[in-house]
Every structure is written in structure tokens, then in C-alpha cells.
Design a protein around this ligand. Structure first.
Ligand code: SIN
Length: 569
């Protein structure tokens, strides 16, 4: 692709500045991240692989999985079918899903959810013991399994961590918490053979070290902290995605950022992680109303308040513009106090803590960043274009989500593809593939001073937030370029690494948002309000050129065989 008109080339370093490794660890497989994807993968690998090393940025339960409210989508009801789940996923994805990946998700999903239950996850059931299923935006069937009412992710995380605790003493698995991945290590031939990891620990494993492995599975979650407000927890600074990009992995669909329609509005200055009001609240009958109390979704889409998430978010933004306000309201009063407290205990408690009682008053809401539909591009086995590197969960782009993820498909994606990655790795390692090799390269770059983070988030929110234009995307590209020019000898450490990761991903995301001159899914261009199938039934893929560090953008047509920009080994 040509460079965005007038924009300077984006050049990324291979490595972030960091002290030389002071310790070394070695494993067959290094799993980075402890959400549903990382935990599932590590637990399965451990059954068959001699040595698994699981590292996670802070505590095991600190990632996005724990915050998932609505649930996990799977065709579990007798009247439902994988085909119907596939159809709904493809519609939400706006023509950019890879159908083969969606087929894997919907056909293998129900069995994986049943396995999760057999591992100890307790989903909500009716009096007969059958799992209670609900509906969310874009689904034509009740197919969302939930736990603790609106605490599904927390229950899944609890169950998987409990399994991990059972095997923690096993010499075949080592767990290191407070371990931030800085960069991926690669061999002279370009195979990924480990990572540099910064550990806030004690004893020998403290500070930056080298975790060497025959394969690395990235399960590091999303990049929500690139925006001023997000539903994502503080750890989501895109560390895995950025490290993969610098190492030469292909990233795709970055412009498709999902803005959740109903995030509690805490005032114009609110920043960081914001309280989510699950789509399941609308699934149970709550209705969006504007500042005059008028319900507006029925006029927008045949599925009204349960239209796909991007449609609802866009309708809210349009209504806010018409009424000159910065939020609308979600009116759940008709559901009744008893039902609301039983079905949504977390949301009711959080709203009350913040001074709103959803039983008696509408909840102020506005769209905020929620999910990265793009990420490190993988094939159906979770392999990336770099030998030895796998990606799973929100950090990955498996092709399942296309331009807009269907509600509650993310936990399922993490589960299904983690299982596939573990199977693929077990077979390859047993067959002698992916031998342990030495890391060849070194080098470093300057870092973004941690003090620039707020400015970067403000630029991203203004330029590539829920509504974009050629003008806003050019302006953010110019501002990011200027920010990149301020890179300094900032002290290497978690805040400067995170900030630099956000900058690198911001540059790639804004480039894609600038190039895609159409509106589709989570990418909304005011100056190109329609989808353009002729020119844009395609993915934008970013790869760092190893010779000069320039970020190259490749336009790949949607293809059911899901080709890689470079051959996958
Ligand atoms: C929600 O509960 O609305 C979020 C579910 C999801 O992001 O899939």
C-alpha cells in the first residue's frame, strides 16, 4: 500500500531499551498471559509437555477475562445450531470474517464450554439444572451462558486458576507473576525462541531476564489503554501485540476497534477503566433512551436495542449529536428491583457505589473502547507468520471477528483456539519440531517518557475514536509522529515500555484507520459513511521491514484459505 497521503513513514525499532538480562529461564513452551486463553493453553500443554512456563503481567486474575460480564456464546440450546451462530457472527463481522475460522469457533465451541464446566466453572442454571441462556446484540437465539448473573469472566477465571493451583507444585509447570514481557527473542533464521521479561520478584528471578523456549504463545490481551476511557483493566497496554510487531509478526484489522455502547458515563473528565453495563441488560429488556426520555433504537434497526454492537454505538453517537449531550441513558427500571439484583448483582452494586440506582433511575451511558477485533494474525492452529510464535485471545486476529466482534464471542474464541494451539504444539514438539535455538539479535531504542501517556490517549481518542475522518486520522498521525520524535533516554521500566508499546500500536492503528476510506463495523468514517465492498473487502496487514524498520502495510483480500503475508512454517 502507498503511505498515507502526506504522512511520514512509521519506523519501529526491533527492541525496546532495557537492561541486559540478569537471569535466564528455560521451558518447552512459554505462555504469556493468564486470561481464559493463556490459562487454558498452559493447563492443556502441561498434560503432555515436559516444561511449561506461564508468565503474567501482574496477578493471575488481573486481565480482561475477569471483567467479562455478559458471558460466553455457544450453540448449547436444542433449538440452536452452530450454523445459526455462524450466520450471526458473519453478519456482525461486516463481510471481513474468515468463514473457516468462524466455523471452527461455532462447531468446536459447545464441546469446549462443556469441558470448562467439567473443569469446575459454575454457570447459572434453571430449576432443572439446565444452563440458563440469554441473548445479546446481534444474536438471533438465546445462546449466552453466564455465571454469577453478570460475573461470568470472574467465575471462569476462578475455575481455571483453581485448576492451576492444583498443579502449581508440579515441576512441569512454573508460574511467574508480576512479569511483563518486554520483547520477543528471535534466532538468526527468524524463529521466535523466547522473550525478555521484566519481573518484580525476589531472589534470582528479579528484574529483566531471558525466558528461552521452543515456542511462545502470546495471550496478553488487548490494547484498551491506548484510549482515554475503556472498559479494559489497567494491564491492557498492548505489550504482546507491540512486541510481536517489532519482531516481524503480521498484525491485521487494527482499525476495527469495538466501542461498547453502554459504558457508564461518569462525566467528561473520566479516564482509565470505566464500568461496563453489560449488553445482557438490554438482552433482558432494558431500553436506550435519549435525554428527553425517548427510546430511539426501534427506528434504527429491526433488532432495536439488540442490534449488533457497532450499530447501537453509532446510533447513540448520532443521538448525542442531535441532542447536544455527551451521553444517553439505559432504562432498566421495567425489569424490577428483585430481578435486577438477582440477575445483575455486580452492575447494580457498582452503579449504586457511583450514586445511580438502576432500580429507580436510568443509567447514564456512552460508548467507550471495549475490544480490539484485530491483532496478531494467525492461522486456524494459532500459528503466526513467525516460526515458533503463536497468538491466542484478544491479542490475536484469528479471522473470527472481522470488522466487529459479535457479543460474547471473545471468551469462546480464547477457549477454542487455546485448545487448538495446545494440540498443535504437543504434536510438533513430540515430533521434534521447533528445537531450542539461540537468540541472535540485540539492540535497543529510546523510550517514550511515561509523562506523555495522557497526551497519547487523548490524541487517539480524538483522532481514531468511535467517529473518524480523513482529517482526524491525518492529524493523529502527525501528532504521533511528533511524539515519536520526543523519544528520549527515559528510564527503562514498566511505564516507559508500556507507553512506547502504546505509541507503536497507535501508529499502526491510525495508519490503517487513515487508509480505509469507508465505514465498516467498528471503523466509522464520517467522510466515507458507506461500506465499499469493491475496494475494501480486504484486511490491512502491518509488517515491520527487518532491514529498515519501516512499517509496511499490505492489503489482503478476504480469502477463506486465510493466507499469511509470509509463509507460515
Ligand atoms: C457485555 O457483557 O456486554 C460484554 C460482552 C462482550 O464483550 O462480549
Amino acid at each position: 500500500m502507498p503511505d498515507p497521503a502526506g504522512a511520514a513513514a512509521v519506523v519501529l525499532p526491533r527492541f525496546l531499551s532495557s537492561p541486559p538480562p540478569g537471569w535466564t529461564a528455560q521451558a518447552d513452551v512459554l505462555v504469556v498471559g493468564s486470561g481464559i486463553a493463556g490459562l487454558t493453553c498452559a493447563l492443556r500443554l502441561r498434560e503432555h509437555v515436559d516444561r511449561v512456563l506461564l508468565v503474567t503481567k501482574t496477578e493471575l486474575s488481573a486481565g480482561s477475562t475477569t471483567w467479562a460480564q455478559g458471558g460466553i456464546a455457544a450453540a448449547l440450546a436444542p433449538e440452536d445450531s452452530p450454523q445459526e451462530h455462524l450466520d450471526d457472527t458473519l453478519v456482525a463481522g461486516g463481510g471481513l470474517c474468515d468463514e473457516s475460522a468462524v466455523e471452527v469457533l461455532v462447531t468446536e465451541g459447545p464441546a469446549r464450554v462443556r469441558e470448562l464446566i467439567s473443569l469446575g466453572a459454575r454457570f447459572d442454571t434453571d430449576e432443572s439444572g439446565a444452563i440458563t441462556l440469554t441473548r445479546e446484540g446481534g444474536h438471533h437465539r438465546d445462546r449466552i451462558a453466564h455465571a454469577g448473573g453478570d460475573a461470568t469472566g470472574a467465575e471462569i477465571s476462578r475455575a481455571l486458576i483453581a485448576q492451576l493451583e492444583v498443579v502449581r507444585a508440579d515441576p512441569g509447570i512454573e508460574i511467574i507473576e508480576n512479569a511483563l514481557v518486554v520483547d520477543l527473542l528471535t534466532s538468526a533464521e527468524g524463529s521466535v525462541c523466547g522473550a525478555t521479561v521484566h519481573v518484580i520478584g525476589e531472589g534470582e528471578i528479579d528484574g529483566v531476564g531471558a525466558a528461552r523456549a521452543r515456542a511462545v504463545v502470546l495471550a496478553t490481551g488487548g490494547l484498551g489503554q491506548i484510549y482515554s476511557s475503556t472498559t479494559n483493566p489497567p494491564v491492557t497496554t498492548g505489550d504482546g501485540m507491540a512486541a510481536a510487531l517489532r519482531a516481524g509478526a503480521a498484525l491485521a484489522d487494527l482499525e476495527f476497534v469495538q466501542f461498547h455502547p453502554t459504558v457508564m458515563h461518569l462525566g467528561p473528565g473520566a479516564s482509565g477503566q470505566q464500568p461496563l453495563v453489560s449488553e445482557a441488560v438490554r438482552g433482558e429488556g432494558a431500553v436506550l433512551v435519549d435525554s428527553t426520555g425517548e427510546a430511539f433504537m426501534a427506528d434504527v434497526h429491526p433488532m432495536a436495542d439488540l442490534a449488533p454492537r457497532d450499530v447501537v454505538a453509532r446510533a447513540i453517537l448520532a443521538r448525542m449529536e442531535v441532542t447536544g449531550t455527551d451521553h444517553v441513558f439505559l432504562d432498566a427500571r421495567a425489569l424490577g428491583g428483585e430481578f435486577l439484583q438477582r440477575r445483575f448483582p455486580t452492575i447494580v452494586a457498582r452503579c449504586r457505589e457511583l450514586g445511580i440506582d438502576p432500580v429507580t433511575e436510568p443509567i447514564p451511558v456512552a460508548p467507550a473502547q471495549h475490544y480490539a477485533s484485530g491483532g496478531v494474525r494467525t492461522d486456524l492452529r494459532g500459528r503466526t507468520n513467525l516460526p515458533g510464535l503463536y497468538a491466542c485471545g484478544e491479542v490475536s486476529c484469528t479471522g473470527v471477528h472481522g470488522a466487529n466482534r459479535l457479543a460474547s464471542n471473545s471468551l469462546l474464541e480464547g477457549l477454542v483456539f487455546a485448545h487448538r494451539i495446545a494440540e498443535d504444539l504437543v504434536a510438533r514438539l513430540a515430533g521434534g519440531e521447533l528445537p531450542l535455538v539461540d537468540a541472535s539479535d540485540e539492540g535497543s531504542t529510546s523510550l517514550l517518557d511515561a509523562g506523555h501517556r495522557d497526551a497519547l490517549q487523548a490524541m487517539m481518542t480524538k483522532g481514531v475514536g468511535p467517529l473518524r475522518s480523513g482529517e482526524s486520522t491525518s492529524s493523529v498521525l502527525a501528532s504521533l509522529h511528533e511524539l515519536a520524535g520526543t523519544l528520549s533516554d527515559a528510564e527503562p521500566g514498566p511505564r516507559s515500555w508500556e507507553g512506547t508499546n502504546l505509541l507503536h500500536l497507535g501508529q499502526a492503528l491510525a495508519t490503517a484507520a487513515h487508509l480505509r476510506e469507508e465505514t465498516r463495523g467498528g471503523h466509522v468514517r464520517r467522510d466515507h459513511p458507506d461500506s465499499d465492498d469493491e475496494d475494501w473487502s480486504a484486511h490491512l496487514v502491518h509488517v515491520r521491514d527487518p532491514d529498515d524498520g519501516e512499517l509496511v502495510v499490505i492489503k489482503l483480500d478476504v480469502d477463506p484459505t486465510r493466507p499469511m503475508p509470509r509463509s507460515s512454517s
